[in-house]
Write a protein that binds this ligand. Structure first.
Ligand SMILES: Cc1cc2nc3c(=O)[nH]c(=O)nc-3n(C[C@H](O)[C@H](O)[C@H](O)COP(=O)(O)OP(=O)(O)OC[C@H]3O[C@@H](n4cnc5c(N)ncnc54)[C@H](O)[C@@H]3O)c2cc1C
Length: 733
């Protein structure tokens, strides 16, 4: 996807408040030869200032979250959804929970903090406000629990800093009118270990908040230092007991353990020690910002405000580090204005010794917060000139033919790090490195061969490897066959040898994970360089002659069963344009890497007369091939669709292949209403790693669908029936 050769890898860990600004700035002004990779556990960054407003019900999810998919696309950065668990500082590698290590030249860490949960029982019984993605889920569950409750409930918030004070009022606001016995059936307690609430704020602000809490009927327990949490409440060090039905945990911030374990210098609480330029002590080229950093000369509270302010100097210093220039120091401001909301549309303003409050303060805060969010939502259109260019033309002029092969050392090293599954029937495979692989077919079986591949539609090579392998395996499953071996054809974008090695390892590791789960040996392949990443696999399998299920063979009355949702074409077309929400893409990818093996077995077991996998020609194209002239009626309203697909199709977003696929319309009669217009378009949407489509005898269809759903194919649906006589294919509502 990146045209210029990659010379340096800038890796950002965590999509926190400082990094979103780094991405925006690199998007506005790309750095030639620098490839950016963001590794983030969450693909939506909650904006801390608006979080209580989400709980209170003033904002929806999208209003308070920065979607990292369009932002990384804007920055021409790769987005890897993963959790970083360590660093190899000497080899300069980031260690992830799921994927292979990621090499870096320049590194920046902005992973935030989470409430300290060291109190016995807290981890098991309290709900931490961070990670926010988990909190959101627990919050939704709490809302449902309250709505279904038949008895009074008491909710406690532990931590009486700004976060806790705001949260308890927001929770009360968000739960208003939800308890079946009325609002009086809900009681709230705010528990703080200090003598007063809001440490670090002035007396006026504290007084105003106390008034707001009292008006809301929230009991405040000062000097209540929680010593233990259990399933019925909390106990203080002095023995006091507080019975609570739910404990929300908003105490002081704790650091993650992995930076210290990796050998980075940390402060006494475990936060990464950085100098005034945000560079880690003793580790040039490694930076940290936001809550996770402890800025030696300028200690500041853990607050989103400071993380935001660090964004511009961090971006500047990362750029300088990539160029080999010395970073510049930055002095953050000492005081800042806090606008802390009090549940309803009201806020308290606090700065130094100044305090005031009212609905005007909330409107002001709302205006500031929305303006901030617009910076990351309404990204400027960049022309092609904004894309990274390289002045070293000779480097870009790479050889074609066999000269475009990846160097032998790179390939050997990459393969050595991978643990490809072995099979006894592989006579010569990767380990033997002969001219060709040799595989033994079980006696009496037919060999099944297929090849499938695509240009990268994702900027994450590990995930691409997984999707590509699954996509290629699907052809074998669709024949009712068993996969046995695979060959890879990988084209990597031009880059320095070390970068090629890293990308190759990621692509192949992703593929090998999928092939290993499918008991399929990767027995060889070919790698080369090209303008962009592309990937194909030839998969070989076998099948007993009587068990072969062809694409053709439908019978009148058969029920058409589709095992997976549609819409990958439109979703990834939208992703290329920065229009797809990260959570839509995540949900689709989760399904795309789900094996179709069990689905195929299930369809065959229920007597499938014909079967195919839905890929590039879309549902309509593949179904027409399957019908082979038979008639069929498909109910568009029944089509399972990926989240976001219908919205995008309704907005006229389409894959470039759609027009070609719509040529199949000559064999289609459209009888649907206007309301199903977008669904009709999606029937032609090209699919990657799509589901299986099968014609099942009508009397077995209900059992078949039940079995498919029980096997984890939740979207499996009967979408229509095969009719009598010759075509057309009818699409109705
Ligand atoms: C209820 C509440 C209200 C608050 N209100 C305010 C407020 O009004 N104003 C204010 O200034 N501050 C507020 N804060 C504090 C504020 O939330 C934090 O200071 C701020 O979020 C820190 O930003 P950050 O950039 O350091 O990290 P974050 O914004 O927390 O982002 C960290 C990112 O890193 C990712 N990540 C974490 N660990 C890993 C890992 N191991 N690997 C990969 N990715 C990882 C996460 O998914 C996340 O995307 C509030 C806090 C709470 C709890």
């Amino acid at each position: 996807m990146q045209a210029a050769p990659v010379k340096q890898d800038l890796v950002l860990i965590g999509g926190g408040h400082a990094h979103v600004e780094v991405l925006r700035r690199f998007g506005m002004r790309p750095e030639p030869g620098v490839r950016i990779t963001l590794v983030s556990r969450d693909t939506h960054t909650p904006y801390s200032g608006m979080l209580p407003g989400l709980v209170a019900g003033h904002y929806g999810f999208d209003e308070v979250h920065i979607d990292l998919a369009p932002l990384t696309r804007f920055a021409n950065a790769r987005l890897y959804r993963d959790e970083v668990v360590g660093l190899d500082l000497v080899a300069r590698r980031v260690l992830c929970r799921e994927r292979p290590p990621i090499d870096f030249d320049v590194l920046s860490i902005d992973t935030g903090s989470a409430p300290a949960m060291a109190v016995p029982g807290a981890a098991a019984h309290a709900v931490p406000v961070k990670p926010v993605s988990n909190f959101n889920t627990r919050w939704q569950a709490l809302c449902e629990e309250v709505m279904a409750s038949t008895r009074p409930l008491t909710i406690g918030v532990v931590g009486a800093g700004a976060g806790g004070c705001e949260l308890v009022l927001a929770v009360r606001e968000g739960l208003r009118g939800r308890h079946p016995l009325g609002d009086d059936a809900l009681a709230y307690r705010l528990v703080g270990s200090g003598a007063d609430i809001l440490p670090g704020h002035n007396a006026g602000a504290r007084r105003r908040f106390r008034t707001a809490l009292a008006r809301a009927g929230i009991d405040v327990l000062d000097g209540f230092e929680v010593a233990a949490v259990d399933d019925r409440g909390v106990t203080a060090h002095d023995g006091r007991r507080l019975d609570l039905d739910t404990v929300l945990w908003v105490t002081h911030a704790a650091a993650p353990a992995w930076p210290a374990a990796a050998g980075l210098a940390v402060d006494e609480r475990g936060f990464i020690r950085v100098d005034a330029s945000l560079q880690a002590i003793a580790w040039p080229g490694i930076f940290a910002a936001g809550d996770v950093a402890a800025v030696g000369p300028h200690p500041r509270p853990k607050s989103g405000v400071f993380a935001v302010r660090q964004g511009p100097p961090l971006a500047d210093n990362l750029r300088r580090a990539c160029r080999g220039e010395a970073p510049r120091p930055f002095t953050p401001q000492r005081e800042f204005l806090s606008l802390i909301s009090t549940g309803a549309r009201h806020a308290v303003a606090s700065r130094g010794r100044f305090a005031a409050g009212g609905t005007w303060a909330w409107r002001w805060k709302d205006w500031i917060d929305r303006r901030f969010m617009r910076r990351y939502r309404e990204l400027p259109q960049m022309d092609a000139a904004g894309a990274a260019t390289d002045d070293d033309a000779t480097e870009a002029m790479r050889c074609g033919g066999c000269g475009a092969k990846i160097g032998a050392d790179i390939l050997r090293d990459a393969l050595a790090t991978l643990d490809a599954a072995a099979r006894e029937d592989v006579v010569l495979g990767i380990a033997e490195a002969d001219d060709a692989a040799v595989v033994r077919i079980p006696a009496g079986h037919l060999a099944v061969h297929t090849v499938d591949g695509f240009r990268a539609f994702l900027d994450d090579p590990w995930m691409l490897g997984r999707v590509g392998a699954q996509h290629a395996l699907n052809d074998v499953y669709a024949m009712g066959a068993t996969p046995q071996s695979a060959l890879a054809l990988v084209t990597l974008p031009y880059a320095a040898p070390a970068r090629l090695h890293g990308d190759l390892v990621h692509v192949l590791r992703g593929a090998i994970e999928v092939f290993a789960a499918a008991d399929t040996a990767l027995v060889g392949g070919h790698t080369g360089e090209g303008a962009e990443l592309s990937l194909a696999f030839a998969v070989n399998g076998y099948v007993a002659p009587g068990q072969l299920v062809g694409k053709r063979g439908v019978r009148t009355g058969d029920v058409l069963v589709l095992t997976r949702a549609l819409g990958t074409g439109v979703l990834f077309a939208a992703a290329m344009r920065g229009l797809a929400r990260a959570r839509w893409l995540e949900a689709a990818l989760e399904r795309m890497v789900q094996s179709n093996a069990a689905a195929a077995r299930c369809l065959v077991a229920h007597g499938a007369h014909a079967m195919t996998d839905v890929t590039g020609f879309g549902l309509a194209g593949h179904l027409l091939e399957m019908l082979d002239g038979h008639a069929a009626e498909v109910a568009l309203g029944r089509l399972p669709l990926y989240a976001g697909a219908e919205t995008l199709a309704g907005d006229a977003v389409a894959s470039t292949l759609l027009a070609e696929n719509r040529r199949a319309e000559r064999a289609v009669t459209a009888r649907h209403s206007a309301a199903c217009g977008a669904r009709y378009d999606l029937a032609f949407d090209p699919q990657t790693a799509g589901g299986l489509l099968a014609a099942i005898p009508a009397e077995r269809a209900v059992d078949c669908l039940g079995a498919l759903r029980a096997a984890g194919y939740a979207e499996a649906t009967d979408i229509g029936t095969v009719g009598a006589g010759a075509g057309p294919l009818v699409f109705s509502d």
